[in-house]
Structures are given as C-alpha cells and as structure tokens.
Design a protein around this ligand. Structure first.
Ligand SMILES: [Cu+2]
Length: 225
C-alpha cells in the first residue's frame, strides 16, 4: 500500500495513515462504550430512570481532543496541498490533453506521445486541458490527482523518485469507455530520457511497432459487449 514513487507519496501517506489510525481508534472506543453502557444501564439493572446532569470537564475534554485531532489533519493536509500547488520554476513542462478516451502528451520540443515519459528525480509540470468533457488526471503511485475541465488550463507537478512504469488513470466518469481511459507513465534515468528525447525517429518507429503489436485482436479490450 505504501509504495509511492513520487516526492508527494510520503506526506500523502502520512496524513492518510494518521487519519485512518484516529478513525479506527474512535470507532473501536465508541462502539465499546456504546455496548458497555447498553449493558450497564439496561432496564433490568436500572428499573427506575435517573436524569444524569452534564459534566463540564468531560464535555470540554471530548470537544477539545477531537478539535485538536482534526486541526492536526487539516494542518498536514494543508502543508501537503501547498507543496503540490507550488510548482518549481525549473520544472520540465509537458502539455497534457484529455479526450474521450485517451491522453495525449506534448513535450517542449513539440514531440507527442500516448504515454508519458519523464526523467527520474526531476520536477515535471503538467499543463492539463480537456478537449471535450470533464476528466481527472490521476497517477495513484504518485499520489496526485487533478480534475481537467474543458476551457480551463490547470497545472499539476511531481518529481518521480523511482524508475519504472506506473499507471495513469482517468478518475472522473467521462462517458462509455471511461474505464478504459488508462495510460502509462515511464520514469527513465536522466540519460535514458535525454536519449529518448533526441532519438525521435527511432523511438517513433518503435512505438509504432508497439501500437501494431497491440492491435492484435485478442489484446483489444472489448467495451460493453
Ligand atoms: Cu476521462
């Protein structure tokens, strides 16, 4: 579960884990107290009802503790959010276009691909736009997600910390084939990335081979049939 591969993974996972632990703790505590009091104050043991007045100390305590806990959740969530909004000036920029039902990536040198290629340990900024309906750009392993709307440019950034291939998904229902709107992000070493960028023609033909291979009938997912 905690195998994130970007600079945001640690902070997002920490807030998630903290929230989960607090929630489970109170779920168990409150369930236990409920059952305990139902048994303790049942009709057989307490045939005559009594009116219990409040307890100021207790009320302050059970107001103060949850308030502090949610403020801690808010604070760390806010710090993480600020970091995500604060795009480094030297980031490599890629234009991302969402459409029914795939993603297009356009690099600074004009090159276009269906999968996203980025160098490891380098800040990458994505300009997100949609050419039709609402989508959401989502890389689960990087813990980043942002809605993409037509007519509005939005930005997101990350720094990949591990080389490898990770899923890109659309996280906003955008029509019949929404569930097939997957792509891949390939995180390469800086050297490999530069080679990839400069060896345009060779890679283009490679990716054409890939595309042709994918077109064998049994590899095409059949939608809704
Ligand atoms: Cu979509």
């Amino acid at each position: 579960m905690f195998d994130g591969a970007s600079n945001f993974a640690h902070s997002v996972d920490s807030v998630f884990l903290f929230t989960l632990i607090v929630s489970v703790f109170f779920l168990v505590l409150i369930t236990f107290l409920m059952i305990f009091f139902v048994i303790k104050y049942n009709r057989k043991r307490n045939p005559k009802a009594t009116n219990i007045e409040g307890h100021v100390g207790l009320e302050i305590l059970w107001t103060a503790i949850p308030t502090v806990l949610v403020l801690i959740m808010f604070w760390y969530g806010w710090i993480g959010y600020k970091e995500m909004e604060d795009i480094p000036d030297d980031a490599l920029t890629v234009d991302v276009t969402a459409m029914m039902w795939n993603w297009k990536f356009k690099y600074e040198n004009g090159r276009e691909t269906d999968s996203l290629y980025v160098p490891v340990n380098t800040p990458v900024a994505l300009n997100l736009r949609s050419s039709d309906v609402n989508h959401a750009f989502y890389i689960p392993a990087f813990r980043i997600k942002k809605d993409v709307y037509p007519g509005q440019d939005r930005k997101i950034w990350f720094e990949a910390t591990n080389e490898g291939a990770f899923d890109i998904a659309c996280a906003e229902y955008c029509g019949l084939q929404h569930s097939y709107m997957y792509s891949k992000i390939f995180v390469l070493s800086e050297n490999d990335f530069n080679k990839w960028m400069n060896q345009e023609e060779q890679i283009e033909s490679e990716s054409q081979d890939d595309a042709e291979q994918l077109k064998t009938p049994d590899e095409i997912p059949v939608a809704g049939s």
